[in-house]
Every structure is written in structure tokens, then in C-alpha cells.
Ligand binder design. Structure first.
Ligand SMILES: Cc1cc2nc3c(=O)[nH]c(=O)nc-3n(C[C@H](O)[C@H](O)[C@H](O)COP(=O)(O)OP(=O)(O)OC[C@H]3O[C@@H](n4cnc5c(N)ncnc54)[C@H](O)[C@@H]3O)c2cc1C
Length: 521
């Protein structure tokens, strides 16, 4: 196959698209260029720092092997960097066999008691409403919010606290998306309290997913170009078909034009959940950036003007108050916190998954991953990650909104909920991270607000992101970006290899699920 491929954005969507183009499309890697505005590839799947400066992660990811069909389809072909002779898929499966998730302290209440979660807390009305939402037609739900379908009491149930904090839903988010989660992750419904279905990578996802893929792409000759923001596209319309003819970039501060010839392809990452994210420190809160600081949405906004088939970015990026939350990464050089947490939760690090302080004003959760969590992490250092889904609220132990807190204040709030002595976080480095668009993909939206991976009438141009429409699949997942990549690549290259279908757990489990909801108290 001749021609070149340009991929705008270097998130996992573009990286996997490049790999599909090489592996399944047979194009030489040297014909592919990935253009990323940031200094590193990986996009939202970041992981940075060291024991001295402190580590930071915007996110920690839960994966499953019962879903994530496209992700594992690719990672079965990508060699691990840690385990010679194994693929990343094999390495991940073996790691999870050794470290099975079995949370014993999923929810903690205001008395610091572990909440028994054998009951989901449903009333009869909650059960009926949930069943109705599960069975609702997406067209009928339209752009409604979850609160349009479920009564206030539902948001007090143990089920809501577990489901919402596992997947980062808010009551005002899209009912369609919530419904899709119930179907896609139906297997998790009966094990949400132990998180037994959750799979983790060996290290953080930058080390365990991005770096091996990047190494494989480089070995194929793919050009990874950082510090390169695509600011505009030249295009023409021939016989009603949209054709990109050039990319306008700012590369290391210099303007540059890349010509897109006949037969070349362009893939663009439209929108990012970590756009305009910012880091704080032990002594400063993260600055409150918006899209005007980042220009991250501009290209999609420009292209979508007057082209309804390219979607409607305003549906996702117009209300930071509804899409913002904050995470934090803590680097510890004193085992006191991990030891106390293990005694309290009954879980060794790496087996517990999320611990959520369900009554906390910030709706705070923490995760103690298996250590080391970074490939370069010394044995006497521990790293934990946490988040607050309601950072605009005053804390319970710090009289400030989380958004205004520095790392030291976040540690004070965390130790307050756990009734841990502050000595357990002695010499800790807590780096907060504000993410104004982190749940922008969950905003209520109409079907037409998201373009198809290959929009109608496009000849050489596709979108790959969390903001495209893939029937039946769920956003806020690595899988969604990879499925978008595989779909866009296969369609533009005319490949006939089947894309792994979404596993229909909901169909095989449907009767059991309905019985389960009816039986849960
Ligand atoms: C806190 C957090 C928790 C998460 N938890 C989970 C989880 O538990 N399970 C799970 O599966 N997923 C989870 N995710 C989601 C997952 O990480 C994302 O869905 C995925 O990484 C998105 O990848 P992407 O390639 O689509 O976009 P991104 O990673 O956002 O990449 C887009 C890239 O494009 C670049 N870009 C944009 N415009 C331009 C331009 N004009 N020119 C050049 N470059 C441009 C951006 O700089 C960015 O690097 C989580 C994410 C976060 C942040």
C-alpha cells in the first residue's frame, strides 16, 4: 500500500492506529508520522517523575480482559519491555493472575467504618427505574441526564457510590452513556464491591502500555514528532468528498506546512480529556486553566464549523463546572502510610483497588497499586494515586475547596478521613492535578454531536478519540480510543480483517442481570 499517513495527536488512539496501519495494513512504518503538540507521546496515559522530584500520574487505569477486545488484539502483537519473549498482553494476564483484585474496603463512611456492601441499597423504586433505564432506547434518551431518569434516592445507594466512583460518573452526566456502561460492564455489576473483574498493568500505563508500543513503532520506522501542534488544514471538495491537502503546524515554535498528496491519509485526535490539565505541588494548588490556555479544542472547533458531520465540540467543552475533577499522586519514602492502610483495609497494595470515602465532601478515593508502580521506582519508595470527584467543595478536614489546596493540604484531608497520624505521610510529596475536561466525554449529548470515525463524505480523513461515535461502546476507556483507531484505519485502508466485536455479555447475562437487580436490596 503506497502513500503516507499523518496522525495528529500522540495519544494511545494515534499510537495504536499507527500500529494497525503497519501490522494489518502492511504500510511501511517510515510512511507514517505522528504529530504531537506535547513534548512526549502518550497523551492522557502519562506517568512521569522520579523518587527525588516526586512521581505524577494524571490517571490510573482499570482494564478488563472480559472487554477491551481491540486493545488486547493489538497488544498480543506488542513485545513487553520487561519480560523478554512475552507480549504485553501475556505479561498483563500473568501479572493479574499473581495479584488478584479482591477489595475488602471499597467504601469507607464518615465514622471510618468499612461499609458492608453485600447490599446495594436499592429501594423497589430504584430497581424499577434502573431496569427502565437499562432497557431504554438511546434515541428516546437523547441528550437527557442521569437525573432525568433516576430519583434522588438512587444517588444515595451503595451501588451509586461504587459505580460512580469506579467509572467517574456524576448525576448530571449523560443517561445514554450511563446506560451503555450498565450493558458493556454488566459482568462487573455483581462484583463491583470487590472489583474482582478489574485488571491492572504491571506498572503505570505510560511504562506498561505507551513505552512498549512506542518502542515497537520506532523499530518499524514510524516517525514520532513531538512539540508539533497542527493548527489548521488545507482541504478541497471533489465530487462532494472532503479531502485534506495540507497540514499547517507549529513545530518547535516554527510554522511549517506538510503537504498531503493524493493517496495520503490523515487521522486526527479531536479533543482530549486531559486538555488544559495542570499540576500543583506540596506548596501550590494547580493553576485553573481553560481551553483558551491550551488551544486543545481549536482545530476540531474550526473544522466542525458549518460541517455537522464533523460533530459539535461545544456539547463537551462548554461547562468546566460539570466536567472537572482533580487527581493527586503521592510519593512516600516512609512505609508508615502503606502499612497503616494495609492494616485498615485488609488488602495488600495492588489487591484492593479503590477505597472511596463515600461521605467525604470532595468524594475522595485512593488506589494503592502494586509496588513498584514506576519502572524506575526504588524499592524503599511507595507511590499512591487518588482523586476527588467534587473538587469545588470545602473539605471535611481542610476548610478549602480541593481546587484551592496544595499537596500538603490534600494529605491532611486524606489522613483526616483515615484518622491516620500525619506522621504516616512524613516527607511525602503530593502532586495535585486539575483536569477541567476530565469527564467532558460524559456530558449529555445528542447522537450527532460526535462524528463517526470516518465522517460521511470524507475521502482521506478520520477522527480517532473519545469524541467519536462507536455504537455500543463506552468512553473514558483506553478501549474506546483503540476501537476508534482500528475502525478508522480499517475503513480508510479498506481492510477486511474483522474488528473484534464488542463481547455481548449483556445478552448472555441479561436474564440474570434483571433478576439480580430485582433481588438486590
Ligand atoms: C484520571 C484518568 C483516569 C482514567 N481511568 C481509566 C480507566 O480506569 N480505564 C480506562 O480504560 N481508561 C481510563 N482513562 C481513560 C484513558 O486514559 C483515555 O481514554 C485514553 O488515554 C485517551 O486516549 P486518546 O489517545 O484518545 O486521547 P489523549 O490521550 O487525550 O491524546 C490526545 C493527544 O492529542 C494531542 N493533540 C490534540 N490536538 C492536537 C493538535 N492539534 N496537534 C498536535 N497534537 C494534538 C494532545 O496533546 C494529546 O496528547 C482514564 C484517564 C484519566 C485521565
Amino acid at each position: 500500500m503506497g502513500g503516507q499517513a499523518f496522525l495528529i495527536g500522540g495519544g494511545i488512539g494515534s499510537l495504536t492506529a499507527a500500529a494497525f496501519i503497519v501490522r494489518d495494513g502492511g504500510m511501511p512504518g517510515s510512511s507514517i508520522a505522528i504529530l504531537e503538540a506535547a513534548p512526549l507521546m502518550g497523551g492522557s496515559l502519562d506517568g512521569a517523575g522520579d523518587a527525588e522530584r516526586g512521581y505524577s500520574l494524571r490517571g490510573g487505569r482499570m482494564l478488563t480482559t472480559d472487554n477491551y477486545e481491540c486493545t488486547w488484539d493489538l497488544y498480543k502483537s506488542i513485545p513487553s519491555l520487561q519480560h523478554a519473549g512475552k507480549s504485553v498482553f501475556e505479561e498483563t494476564v500473568e501479572f493479574n493472575e499473581r495479584h488478584e483484585a479482591n477489595s475488602m474496603a471499597r467504601l469507607v463512611d464518615r465514622r471510618r467504618a468499612r461499609v458492608p456492601v453485600t447490599s446495594m441499597g436499592f429501594s423497589m423504586q430504584d430497581r424499577m427505574e434502573l431496569l427502565k433505564l437499562t432497557n431504554a432506547d438511546e434515541d428516546a434518551l437523547g441528550s437527557s441526564a442521569i437525573t432525568d431518569l433516576l430519583s434522588p434516592s438512587f444517588f444515595e445507594t451503595e451501588f451509586w457510590f461504587m459505580w460512580a466512583t469506579t467509572f467517574a460518573f456524576q448525576p448530571w452526566h449523560s443517561a445514554v452513556e450511563f446506560k451503555r456502561y450498565l450493558h458493556r460492564f454488566m459482568l462487573e455489576f455483581s462484583r463491583i464491591e470487590t472489583l474482582a473483574g478489574v485488571k491492572r498493568t504491571v506498572f503505570n500505563q505510560y511504562d506498561s502500555l505507551v513505552l512498549p508500543l512506542q518502542a515497537w513503532l520506532v523499530a518499524q520506522g514510524v516517525r514520532l514528532i513531538t512539540d508539533c501542534r497542527v493548527t489548521d488544514m488545507d482541504h478541497k471538495t471533489v465530487d462532494g468528498q472532503f479531502i485534506v491537502t495540507a497540514l499547517r503546524c507549529t513545530r518547535q515554535g516554527q510554522s511549517e506546512m506538510m503537504t498531503v498528496d493524493d493517496g495520503d491519509l490523515v487521522f486526527m485526535q479531536n479533543g482530549s480529556m486531559t486538555d488544559a490539565s495542570s499540576l500543583g505541588s506540596m506548596t501550590s494548588a494547580p493553576p485553573a486553566l481553560t481551553k483558551t490556555d491550551s488551544n486543545g479544542w481549536t482545530l476540531w472547533e474550526t473544522l466542525a464549523q458549518g460541517r455537522p458531520e464533523f460533530g459539535n465540540p461545544a456539547a463537551f467543552n462548554s461547562c468546566i463546572a460539570q466536567s472537572c475533577w482533580e487527581s493527586f499522586t503521592v510519593t512516600l519514602k516512609n512505609p508508615g502510610f502503606f502499612d497503616a492502610m494495609q492494616r485498615f483495609s485488609g488488602n495488600e497494595a495492588g489487591t484492593g483497588g479503590l477505597v472511596t470515602f463515600k461521605d467525604s465532601n470532595w468524594l475522595m478515593s485512593i488506589v494503592l497499586a502494586h509496588q513498584p508502580h514506576f519502572a524506575n521506582q526504588p524499592a524503599d519508595v511507595q507511590v499512591l494515586w487518588g482523586y476527588g470527584l467534587l473538587p469545588d467543595r470545602i473539605g471535611d478536614f481542610v476548610a478549602k475547596p480541593m481546587a484551592d489546596c496544595n499537596g500538603a493540604e490534600i494529605l491532611q484531608e486524606l489522613c483526616g478521613h483515615l484518622r491516620f497520624d500525619l506522621d504516616t505521610v512524613r516527607s511525602a510529596n503530593c502532586i495535585p492535578c486539575r483536569m477541567p475536561y476530565i469527564t467532558s466525554m460524559f456530558m449529555p449529548r445528542a447522537l450527532a454531536d460526535r462524528p463517526l470515525p470516518v465522517p460521511r463524505g470524507s475521502k482521506n480523513f478520520a477522527f480517532i478519540s473519545q469524541f467519536v461515535e462507536i455504537p455500543g461502546d463506552v468512553v473514558f476507556t483506553v478501549e474506546y480510543s483503540v476501537r476508534a483507531a482500528q475502525t478508522a484505519v480499517y475503513q480508510l485502508l479498506g481492510l477486511t480483517r474483522p474488528i473484534p466485536p464488542i463481547t455481548p455479555h449483556d445478552q448472555s447475562l441479561r436474564t440474570q442481570f434483571e433478576a439480580l437487580i430485582k433481588s438486590f436490596k
